[in-house]
Design a protein around this ligand. Structure first.
Ligand code: GDP
Length: 195
């Protein structure tokens, strides 16, 4: 994927602020600090467009990034610093739940997890919820550079098992540091976004 331009558009606090140009939207969910901003930056080959920080996401904002005038990355607030949630609404509130269930142009939700660790309770809740509503979802296990290659398969297996993934469920290994998985992920995004 050749990136001609990428820009931050808006930190939306409600549906009336979502873009109205109907471009396909690819959302990113995951716990705070898992590496979502780094993944966006690596995908668009920019060092710092998406803010990388260790500040826990407390807000309700949806951060929109427009890529090549062709699609949006929509970054959800990071979750998981508070005690484990029982419902998705406890994770983020109603706005994001509604966004996921009702947004016409949403094509894919990437659930970002850390390859080094088993998924958190909130990751599992999130994945179950998305599958329950039959949402298009892909699990992206990032920070792969932090694990020796010989142990990748073992970690992948644990993540898939804990999330209850089936062989048809989409999964990709990624590293923002090393660039692992970038082309494969763009390939899949291009497919679902019909680029
Ligand atoms: P966010 O809170 O999910 O947006 O997480 P960030 O993108 O800010 O990343 C959190 C920390 O993990 C930062 O210190 C990043 O440099 C680091 N990080 C993110 N992705 C990777 C990766 O693929 N490999 C390595 N080694 N570090 C990463």
């Amino acid at each position: 994927m050749k990136i001609k331009n990428a820009e931050f558009v808006i930190s939306a606090v409600g549906p009336d602020q979502y873009p109205d140009d109907a471009l396909p939207e690819i959302a990113l969910a995951g716990r705070s600090n898992v590496g979502k901003s780094s993944l966006i930056n690596r995908m668009i080959n920019r060092k710092n467009l998406a803010r990388t920080s260790s500040t826990p996401g407390k807000t309700q904002h949806l951060n929109y990034y427009r890529i090549n005038e062709q699609l949006y990355f929509v970054d959800f607030p990071g979750y998981g610093y508070a005690k484990v949630s029982k419902t998705l609404r406890q994770v983020w509130g109603k706005m994001i739940e509604q966004y996921i269930l009702e947004r016409e142009s949403l094509r894919l939700i990437m659930l970002i997890v850390d390859l080094r660790h088993p998924p958190s309770k909130d990751d599992i809740l999130m994945y179950d919820w998305l599958k329950h509503y039959d949402m298009p979802v892909m699990v992206v296990a990032t920070k792969a550079d932090k694990i020796p290659r010989s142990r990748h398969a073992k970690h992948v297996k644990i993540i898939k098992q804990e999330l209850g993934m089936t062989p048809e469920d989409k999964f990709i290994m990624f590293s923002s540091e090393a660039g692992i998985g970038r082309e494969e992920l763009w390939g899949y995004i291009s497919e679902v976004a019909e680029l």
